[in-house]
Ligand binder design. Sequence first.
Ligand SMILES: C[S@@+](CC[C@H](N)C(=O)[O-])C[C@H]1O[C@@H](n2cnc3c(N)ncnc32)[C@H](O)[C@@H]1O
Ligand code: SF4
Length: 454
Amino acid sequence: MDAHLINKYNIPGPRYTSYPTVPYWDTDLFTVDRWIDTLQRSFAETNNNSGISVYIHLPFCESLCTFCACHKRITKQHNVEAPYIDTLLKEWQMYCDVLGSRPQIKELHLGGGTPTFFSPENLKRLIESLFASADIAAQPEFSFEGHPNNTTQQHLKALYELGFRRVSFGVQDYDPRVQKTIHRIQPFEKVKEVTEAARNIGYESISHDLVFGLPHQTWESMKNTIEKTKLLQPDRIAFYSYAHVPWIKGVGQRGFGENDLPSAELKRALYERGKNLLEEKGYVEIGMDHFALPSDSLYKAIQNKTLHRNFMGYSSSYTQVMIGLGMSAISDSWYAFAQNDKSVEAYTARVKEGRLPVFRGHILSEEDLVVRRHILNIMCNLETSWKEKAMQLPEIPQIVNRLQEMQQDGLVTLKKDGLKVTEAGRGFVRNVAMAFDLRLLRKQPETRIFSMTV
Ligand SMILES: C[S@@+](CC[C@H](N)C(=O)[O-])C[C@H]1O[C@@H](n2cnc3c(N)ncnc32)[C@H](O)[C@@H]1O
Ligand code: SF4
């Protein structure tokens, strides 16, 4: 890929798991009462049809991986499990009271941190208690993130019996030097064992998370990681761009310096060449960062144009309401976002007082809703259109102006009332979305808040 383009477009930018992005939320205009109003409205509009999604954040990990940008709490003390589950269930009950009638769960995702830090018995108690006050939608999609080093046969069986059919394993990289630097020793044999166990139990979609741009990665090491991954034939592969955000307090990115990271050109080459290797084996690129075999529901969602993106990443089904439970979890009513307290202590204290543990959020304006639809279209379908009234904005001429240069660089094709991201533009999809980000355009951040787009 053209080094000139990489230098030109490698700028700090959001990953657009939401619009507006969290740093641009109008937190001053947000109140929990307004949040509840939007939630009740959205729930009434959609629960009987599409159902709702539930995300549960399980933050604990036994050991810190020093590349990780997730909200986690490192501890080896497993006595934290039971009280944390009690708090989650109390929070869930508060939401059920607010909603008024039984929610219909279409999608359930356990993320972290490390969900498999929790014992299978405790996870079973959590899910069964959750289901006691809900109905399950037809063809539900239940998934969880498993750490290959601590996911047991018992975890896989217990969650399968509760209806989970999808699991994603954090693999990251197989190279011993990279693993040592990111403080995550995880042999191929371990990943193989747990992947095969999940397949034998009947999991329908097994995903592996890989990361490109990690310290000390070379093309040889990346190639070896991808070759090993292909041997295990996961149904999906998340091929994440390493987000280097050491300035964010508390993420714990340390133990390596900027000089240990691949250059922007090498990082882009790791992605481009990695993508070629995956495509040779029949994987199809989905939106940004994701690959799937044609038998996987994510690929089918692309065909049917039903792919959706939310705080959990890409999803093959769409619900307007997503309730996020647990410390740092973000809920989404489509009309508003709400985020929970980011420390286990503050989260627990608020729930104990009988209050929703929401500490900030954003109510979307009419303009936000239109921009949100465009950015979702770009991130999911690599195209958008402003032909329909609901997609029009007074700023479209300025947006098109900004996109002209990307068209000259071969990244997008502009049409009369819309745009399409080209094959060459795929790697720059965050930059294309940024052209629509009116909040970012009106106010550039004063400090670095986003990772680099390449
Ligand atoms: C919560 S973790 C996965 C579950 C489990 N804790 C594990 O590590 O296996 C979610 C995924 O986020 C990705 N991730 C974490 N930090 C990242 C970063 N700084 N840049 C890119 N991806 C990252 C990793 O691929 C990781 O597997
Ligand atoms: S990568 Fe997973 S196990 Fe490692 S610190 Fe992050 S959440 Fe925990």
